[in-house]
Design a protein around this ligand. Sequence first.
Ligand code: TYM
Length: 332
Amino acid sequence: MDEKKVMLSGIQPSGDLHLGNYLGAIKNWAARAEEFDCYYFMADMHTITVRQTPADLRRRTLEQLAQYIACGLDPEKNTLFIQSHVPQHAELGWVLNCYTMFGELSRMTQFKDKSAKHKDNINGGLFTYPALMAADILLYQPDFVPVGEDQKQHVELTRNIVQRFNGIYDDVFKMPEPYIPKAGARVMGLTAPDSKMSKSIPEGCVFLMEKPEDIQRKFKRAITDSDTEHPVRYDPANKPGVANLMNIYSAITGKSFQEIETEFAGQGYGKFKPAVGEAVIETLRPIREEASRILADKAYLESVYKAGAEKASYVANKTLRKVYKKVGFVPR
Ligand code: TYM
């Protein structure tokens, strides 16, 4: 009997993967393949809540898969799949829409942010997105959902849905827990340390596939502060830029903030910023090289996502059948 606990997470292929995605999510996934039964997917269905260019979406979905593998997600040990290849996501998504309240959805930060950004396209999908995300999660009955800080609210909503649904129909879903890393859960933009790193501000965002010289340039230009001595000190309230760089350095090297302060004592930002850049470059170099190699092998990628969808569908279907029965649908 397989007694392993289950882990599941996904990323939208709406842009190129960046350091926030890596430190907040993927790095945490890759380390856990032996311990857990793991499911990771490309959340392509979520991306169309905002208009996408079809050819770009297709390309990025495959690039994301190559990058997942290059980040250490071995397809033999992790189930890697494309969300739209497993139709149970849309099916359970509909059911859960009917168990998610308008008020709950109205409170979601991501909805508020995205509807402010895309005023001309505040569609129903953007609003009900968290019900689909709850379906993504609950189909696989995971114990843990490893995400960055910004997705915690959606996982909390999923937990409310579980409580509501199980309250009506007995124990159908396992209660999932968000699993958030200590360092790297909220990587901020390098040019604006008051907002999270995201592809929408490319100058402050470090992409996984970016050239080393471009990465180093971004770190050298990272916003710090005008503290005259340039002391490397962890003080997020007064020195958010430095705190963010320390957070990145800590997530990459495993060093504590205290250790980092000691390492750079008396050296100032002029030494610290390129050192963080160098650490990031060296971490991303093998990932970039491996991802390029994998991406060239389309037949291999296809075999991975086909096998992944087959395994995911099998598991997802079991949950969906149970749910359909509970709510009163006639079995097929
Ligand atoms: P998405 O695609 O915006 O982000 C993917 C993952 O990266 C994390 N992340 C960050 N972590 C730290 N610092 C940052 N600056 C940063 N930016 C992004 C996110 O927290 C996330 O873990 N709704 C989800 C995708 C999704 C999903 C799911 C996740 C769909 N279904 C089911 C888990 C389970 C999203 O938009 O994440």
